[in-house]
Design a protein around this ligand. Sequence first.
Ligand SMILES: [Zn+2]
Length: 335
Amino acid sequence: MARASTKRRRTRRGRAGGHTFLKTWGPSAPHVDELAISVVARYARDWGYLDGASVVTAGLGLTQLLSHPAAPGPLQTLAAIAFPEYADHIARMAFIRRHTTLPYFLAFEPRALAKAVLCDLVSGKQRTVYRAYRPAMTLCGQPERLRFCPRCLRLDARRLGGGIWHRSHQLPALTHCPRHGTPLLDSDVPYTGSPWSELRAPSAHICRELAENITKPLFGEALTQSVAAASIRLLGRSPGSAHVSVDAYRRALRVLGLGKFSRRVQTRAVVDDFSKWLRINGGEVSSLGPARWPESLFTQIESPTSPLQHLVFRCYLSDRLRVVSFHAGVDPEAE
Ligand SMILES: [Zn+2]
């Protein structure tokens, strides 16, 4: 008992000391719509005159994990800086939900799985989460480089003294800035896989406004716009809110008259119908990845599909059915 309370006192004092240190020497609080990647990158930039990498590594308690816009990085430190008034685990949860793209990916998972991923991350099991969940985040539709909007970059430079990486610019299907409507450009920085200590903040040097850097749209204009709008909305939604069960897809296909045959015929009919719809809407099955992915959506015989594929398939179904929602469990807002 006595040992336990001593330990508690020590922990409290340790944390308070840590907060003071972070306040003075740590990274500055994240801005609205700023990625964890960006907070660390700005810190590295500000300390670059010292030995950047080791200051950043030691100061933030970085692990060997690699960067990803959906990854919260040195979560404990960043959460304490972003939400100093919150209890530790609430601050971590809030940081993940506001400064990573993870809410977008978790919206498509069953509620129980999404909650488990969040709980594991919050309790510090980042390694376990990445091993199990990273493949789902890196499926086709992932950009190659971090993106920026030239107008946002200029505004941030004027307002904040330097550029930041926006999380809303990094969603897989996005080609235009949600704020300015201008085409997004690819920077020189890889979308994922950089060591956290080597991240770079946006600057004119790595964010060049060249015509060849304009993000190539995956689909035609109409489809791109509806998928992009749905993607942005998902950032603010709860985990599991966009999940559609395999049965719900089957029911929707039956309503279309595509699900009443044997599985083989059904698959062929859906692929043909879906491909036709995609061509009309300016998309190609091949640009979405494996040609057999429509099949995998409702038979689960292939690798899991990406959120982007789900969004496109849902646009297809709601368009075909001419209704906003095709299943009671589907939120019409997510379409
Ligand atoms: Zn912008």
